[in-house]
Design a protein around this ligand. Structure first.
Ligand SMILES: *[C@@H]1O[C@H](CO)[C@@H](O)[C@H](O)[C@H]1NC(C)=O
Ligand SMILES: *[C@@H]1O[C@H](CO)[C@@H](O)[C@H](O)[C@H]1NC(C)=O
Ligand SMILES: *[C@@H]1O[C@H](CO)[C@@H](O)[C@H](O)[C@H]1NC(C)=O
Ligand SMILES: *[C@@H]1O[C@H](CO)[C@@H](O)[C@H](O)[C@H]1NC(C)=O
Ligand SMILES: *[C@@H]1O[C@H](CO)[C@@H](O)[C@H](O)[C@H]1NC(C)=O
Ligand SMILES: *[C@@H]1O[C@H](CO)[C@@H](O)[C@H](O)[C@H]1NC(C)=O
Length: 340
């Protein structure tokens, strides 16, 4: 383009016959042509530059409001459109993602609960990510880990990548959750993370499960492997053969401690958007799972798990010193734990 214009001016100048010396005129023409060329080139470059930046701006403008047309405005604080560093959300980049965390305690059914959640096509629950110590060394490593999970950049076997509509994980109370509760609650409330509390009513059953699981860590009852969760009745009955003996001198104190830590977690996290569930209620009444799906505002689906309960049947069959335990809890606030 620059060249054309410059030739044209050159021609125009040549058409008008010069009065001054031809050498000088030729110099003027050349200088003029050069100045003209440089000017046009620089304008052209500037234009392409502004055009590309305008294009970039357009993309941003188009990208941002893929949301919020049909959605209930009260939901906006809970909707995220993550742009993972590690992959593209492709055709689902405009599907909003909700963030959640399952707050629980060991052996309270959270592993089973997660398999149910993960059977939903749009839920990714990443497991016990804070069992890794470095991730919970201090508040900043916790927040960095949360950012990674919620930006869909943490890969686990549960990851559903681009079409996840809810992403979360399970977090045990003793994994930095209570210690750094202030920073975590602030993060949850800023980001609109929804909290699912999952606890057990029967803390004596929980205690049996904790003891049996830690025994199996070295006893490895299943052909030399340790499993915390099983998928067959045979495996479950093999693990349930071990009957732990409970230290009755500490029993009441231990139950009180468990109860207190649950109560404390509820208090610390009560400003978050939350739902409270008991494991026993989920087992008894599967419609409670529908409440969870609704809480996450996802399409309803029947959720399934292949896991088999290890300590089924009366508790009496799973405790070695049952009579002592029975005697210890009789007449206390925990007496009803004996019955179911
Ligand atoms: C937090 O822990 C990480 C290790 O996970 C360490 O690199 C970092 O320096 C610690 N930060 C603070 C503020 O202590
Ligand atoms: C759920 O996942 C399916 C398939 O991956 C996808 O087509 C659908 O849009 C997702 N739903 C939501 C609510 O994101
Ligand atoms: C253990 O091994 C035996 C024989 O090798 C097999 O029949 C049994 O199913 C295995 N049990 C489990 C729980 O894997
Ligand atoms: C949360 O817990 C604090 C401390 O126990 C209490 O004062 C407050 O009323 C609770 N808030 C809600 C919304 O339950
Ligand atoms: C779940 O399964 C039941 C029957 O097993 C069926 O009646 C119901 O419609 C299913 N719900 C969904 C959301 O698929
Ligand atoms: C507990 O002990 C009482 C006697 O103190 C007995 O009557 C009751 O049947 C025992 N309960 C169970 C479940 O074994």
């Amino acid at each position: 383009m620059a060249e054309e214009i410059c030739f044209f001016t050159k021609d125009a100048l040549i058409i008008k016959p010069p009065k001054k010396s031809p050498a000088l005129l030729r110099m003027i023409v050349i200088v003029f042509a050069m100045v003209c060329g440089v000017y046009i080139c620089s304008t052209c470059l500037k234009q392409t530059n502004t055009e590309t930046t305008r294009k970039l701006l357009n993309i941003e403008v188009i990208e941002r409001p893929c949301h919020e047309y049909d959605t209930d405005r009260s939901q906006i604080p809970y909707l995220h459109y993550p742009k993972p560093k590690t992959f593209s959300r492709a055709e689902c980049s405009c599907n909003p993602v909700r963030l959640f965390a399952v707050l629980s305690a060991q052996r309270s059914g959270s592993g089973w609960f997660e398999t149910l959640l993960n059977s939903h096509i749009n839920i990714t629950s990443n497991g016990e990510i804070f069992s890794v110590k470095e991730r919970r060394e201090n508040a900043s490593s916790i927040l960095r880990t949360l950012d990674m999970v919620y930006n869909l950049d943490l890969f686990t076997s549960a990851s559903k990548n681009h079409c996840s509509a809810a992403v979360g994980f399970k977090w045990m109370l003793n994994q930095g959750l209570i210690q750094y509760h202030k920073e975590i609650v602030e993060y949850f409330n800023n980001k609109g993370v929804s909290v699912i509390f999952l606890f057990r009513r029967n803390l004596l059953r929980r205690m049996v499960s904790v003891l049996a699981n830690s025994y199996d860590r070295y006893a490895r009852l299943l052909n030399g492997t340790h499993k915390s969760h099983v998928h067959s009745i045979e495996e479950a009955s093999t693990l349930a053969k071990y009957k732990p003996e409970i230290d009755t001198t500490l029993l009441i104190t231990d139950l009180k401690r468990m109860e207190a830590s649950t109560k404390q977690a509820l208090e610390y996290f009560n400003s978050t958007r939350n739902i409270f569930l008991y494991y026993e209620d989920l087992i008894r009444d599967h419609t409670k799972l529908g409440d969870v799906v609704e809480f996450l505002r996802l399409p309803q689906m029947n959720l399934t798990s292949r896991q088999v309960k290890i300590h089924s049947g009366p508790l009496q069959e799973h405790i070695k010193n049952w009579d002592d335990v029975n005697k210890t809890l009789k007449g206390t606030a925990y007496e009803n734990f004996l019955d179911y």
